[in-house]
Write a protein that binds this ligand. Structure first.
Ligand code: SF4
Length: 207
């Protein structure tokens, strides 16, 4: 059956094992996209070749710490704590599971827990993606979130600015364009990522 044009724009499809499926990126794909956009491209266009080294596994510390959910998390706002909130965005064509959403009564605040000593740029982008999804789900503006650094037991506030959200939207749009058009994106500027990359046999232009 022929799909209406506006429906196609809402839910573009990829062919997997002979079956058409709607494209939904994961929020964690953002990290890979900024590391090397080709990795996301290969994962979607050649899903059977996905090397294990790119599985996004969370650290043991995170799993152990988040079991203690009743505790008080220093530096986070008070409010109603909702753990493991599944989110999906038609706008971003993405889905994700945010560790925690705090409803303070005045605002919704996403929190991402990390086994890391610092809140790097890609963590902030992931948080902004959760913020956009929350806005879409709740119909409320989300202006800040927190990256909680587990080894330091420290909550870092991140302003979710219009500029950051625009960058996240732009990245997901680029991913979609690349996958739907089967257009291999350019490689990263540095070749450092390529040295141990299991997709390197597909990147002749890098070597
Ligand atoms: S070999 Fe380099 S350019 Fe190719 S996918 Fe791997 S990291 Fe990206």
């Amino acid at each position: 059956m022929e799909r209406a044009k506006d429906e196609e724009e809402i839910a573009p499809l990829v062919l997997r094992d002979g079956v058409e499926e709607p494209i939904y990126f994961r929020v964690t794909d953002l990290k890979q996209w900024f590391y090397c956009p080709r990795i996301v491209y290969f994962q979607f266009v050649m899903p059977d070749l996905r090397p294990k080294t790119y599985a996004m596994e969370e650290g043991a510390l995170k799993h152990a710490e988040l079991r203690r959910r009743g505790r008080r998390w220093r530096g986070l706002p008070d409010g109603e704590y909702r753990w493991d909130v599944a989110l999906r965005s038609e706008d971003l064509h993405a889905s994700g599971l945010v560790d925690l959403v705090i409803d303070t009564g005045e605002e919704l605040v996403p929190v991402d827990f990390k086994d890391s000593m610092k809140a790097s740029a890609h963590f902030k982008m992931q948080l902004a993606a959760y913020g956009i999804m929350l806005e879409e789900a709740a119909g409320r503006t989300v202006e800040r979130g927190f990256v909680y650094l587990l080894p330091r037991r420290r909550a870092e506030e991140v302003k979710l600015t219009a500029r950051t959200k625009a960058k996240v939207r732009g990245a997901f749009r680029e991913m979609l364009r690349s996958v739907l058009g089967e257009t291999m994106p350019p490689p990263p500027k540095s070749q450092a990522q390529c040295v141990a990359c299991e997709y390197r046999r597909f990147c002749d232009d890098r070597f």
